[in-house]
Design a protein around this ligand. Structure first.
Ligand SMILES: [Zn+2]
Length: 284
């Protein structure tokens, strides 16, 4: 876990363990001759990733961005993705003295199982919201797509992370940008999915962006390094071209959801275009 401050906002970068995905799919059109220099695949050509939820305190309110990897589907599912069987997120919250009931807002950047997997959990034989007092914020478009998946995205959307929250009325649907607390803003970042959103923290002249899968790891910052998982890769490119110049100029800190090595970075631009450099946060 890492801790930092963005002005008055307290930020904790959690770590929900590792999982493994196909390296070729993670780097899209980039040849293995290039991405293989940046990261080392295992015997099944998978590369190591993590999921990094972000916890923010604004005044007395706690916001959890991403809930974590889904471990509910069972042993075969965990083997395919190289997942352990326990989620460390609740332990990390309890180290901070927090119970799931203390979370006021959950931000679902999108509803794929590797980001929204702890939206619900089994309790007393029932699948219930893990954060019972929280409103779960999601873009309306994302919820619609999650509920009517097609052959290309069905493996990513698991109804168990969505339907119980609809039944219990926990979702709050957004359409476009929204300021959810002072200094905490959600912005649409379409491409990976059309309903994806990211988070902007802004306080006392400092800015931090939670990029969601617009930039899954710092290695993916170069414009053409777009995952094959993206449903609309050209939209990803457009979204990057819209925001990169702003994030560069404002010297924003970037938190990417899947970087197993570097929790934090910044954009830079050189002769070969954009890339990201790591920033070392405090360990907590
Ligand atoms: Zn992802």
């Amino acid at each position: 876990m890492h801790r930092l401050r963005v002005g008055k906002l307290e930020v904790y970068l959690l770590h929900d363990g590792e999982f493994w995905l196909d390296g070729g799919a993670m780097f899209g059109v980039v040849p293995k001759a290039l991405w293989g220099r940046l990261t080392t695949p295992d015997a099944e050509n998978r590369i190591r990733l993590c999921l990094r939820p972000m916890l923010v305190r604004s005044g007395k309110r706690w916001v959890l961005v991403e809930t974590g990897l889904d471990r509910k589907p069972g042993e075969k599912f965990r083997r395919i993705y190289g997942l352990g069987d326990a989620s460390p997120v609740l332990d990390q919250l309890s180290r901070l003295g927090l119970d799931p009931r203390d979370i006021d807002l959950v931000v679902n950047t999108h509803l794929h199982f590797d980001h929204a997997g702890l939206n619900t959990r089994w309790e007393g034989g029932k699948l219930l919201p893990t954060f019972p007092r929280a409103r779960y914020l999601v873009q309306r478009r994302e919820l619609e797509d999650a509920r009517s998946p097609h052959e290309r995205n069905r493996a990513s959307y698991l109804p168990e992370n969505v339907e119980p929250l609809l039944d219990s009325g926990h979702f709050e649907l957004l359409e476009g940008e929204a300021e959810i607390l002072p200094g905490v803003r959600l912005i649409p970042l379409p491409g990976h999915t059309l309903g994806q959103q990211g988070v902007v923290l802004e306080c006392e002249g400092e800015r931090l962006i939670y990029t969601a899968d617009l930039i899954p790891t710092l290695l993916h910052a170069p414009l053409p390094y777009i995952m094959a998982y993206d449903l609309h890769p050209l939209t990803t490119l457009e979204t990057r071209k819209r925001y990169y110049p702003v994030w560069l100029q404002e010297n924003c800190l970037l938190v990417t959801p899947h970087d197993p090595q570097h929790p934090l970075g910044r954009l830079q631009v050189g002769e070969k275009g954009y890339h990201a450099v790591p920033v070392i946060p405090d360990r907590f």
